[in-house]
Design a protein around this ligand. Structure first.
Ligand SMILES: Nc1nc2c(c(=O)[nH]1)N[C@H]1C(S)=C(S)[C@@H](COP(=O)(O)O)O[C@H]1N2
Ligand SMILES: [Mo]
Length: 292
């Protein structure tokens, strides 16, 4: 990778971070202005790159981001919508007792993937505002390469075999949060309801706000993958994906779609939201699969 390409990637990623944190600020429009400046710089850099596939790909992902910012600015400027979508106030994080901290510290270093740093807070990162979800009309859809497409209402979903699992969470922006306790239903138990066809190899996970993430089926069938409605003993707040989000501990967190509405089984890989914008299709944090 040339220095210029690396610089464009750095600017795009920096803009992604600003956009995903926009809703945490009192005035999100400041964040969008910042993102625009970063994207403009990336555009200038791109103009100096030699023509070719690599530049074309970056031009496309830059264009998608410019559209995103324009759309998000409109959304942020519409106060009626902003009020409707007021996120649930987060619960304060529990302070772990001294004993817990000391016990887990011994192995912490080994549990942090390369170039990640440990956080004890829980950052909120997503594009747009949390969608307003009405549990009475909420439906979860299982489609694609299955024996029988399935629709589940909220009560039906909650009645599936529950599990409580503790796992680590690694975000591509560089933070890792250890020992998250999630309660929900294992991905594979949900998949079994529909009967996955042997030809299925990948899944497109459909989140709220037209978000999606592609994950290979094998990774999703792992013991620690679940659809969660609770985190560390409390109902999952809307800003963290409530009422329901996917949790894929062995992948960077952008694969853990919030406000998940359904899954589609496929016999090929298709790009999800960030994958379309140049992020890695697999996203294994231990292999540092951050970008394409
Ligand atoms: N629907 C939806 N899910 C999403 C996102 C999003 O923008 N929309 N962002 C992803 C990204 S990039 C990250 S890092 C995690 C962050 O989860 P958290 O805000 O609960 O920490 O959610 C992921 N799931
Ligand atoms: Mo992320």
């Amino acid at each position: 990778m040339t220095d210029a390409v690396a610089e464009v990637r750095r600017l795009l990623t920096r803009s992604d971070e600003v956009v995903k944190a926009a809703q945490n600020r009192s005035d999100p429009s400041v964040a969008f202005q910042q993102a625009r400046i970063l994207l403009k710089k990336a555009e200038d850099q791109l103009a100096d790159l030699p023509e070719g596939e690599e530049r074309d790909a970056l031009v496309v992902t830059l264009g998608l981001r410019l559209d995103d910012v324009a759309r998000l600015e409109l959304l942020a400027a519409d106060p009626s919508r902003a009020r409707l979508d007021q996120p649930v106030a987060p619960d304060p994080m529990p302070t772990p007792g001294r004993e817990t901290v000391e016990r887990s510290m011994a192995s912490v270093a080994e549990r942090i993937p390369p170039h990640q740093r440990l956080v004890t807070s829980w950052p909120v990162l997503h594009v747009g505002l949390p969608p307003r979800v009405d549990l009475d009309s909420w439906k979860f859809a299982i489609d694609g390469l299955v024996e029988r497409p399935v629709r589940l209402g909220w009560e039906e979903f909650r009645a599936l075999p529950n599990v409580t699992l503790t796992s680590d969470f690694h975000c591509v922006t560089g933070w890792s949060r250890l020992d998250n306790t999630w309660e929900g239903v294992r991905f594979r138990d949900v998949a079994d309801l529909a009967g996955v066809r042997p030809s299925a190899t990948h899944v497109l996970v459909l989140g709220g706000n037209a978000y999606s993430a592609n994950v290979d089926l094998e990774a999703l069938m792992a013991d620690d993958v679940l659809f969660a409605w609770s985190h560390d003993g409390r109902a999952l707040p809307a800003e963290h994906g409530g009422p329901l989000r996917l949790v894929v501990p062995m992948r960077y967190a952008w694969k853990s779609a919030k406000w998940v509405e359904g899954i589609k089984f496929l016999d090929h890989d298709v790009a999800g939201y960030w994958e379309m914008r140049g992020y890695h299709n697999v996203a294994d944090p231990w292999l540092e699969q951050r970008y394409g």
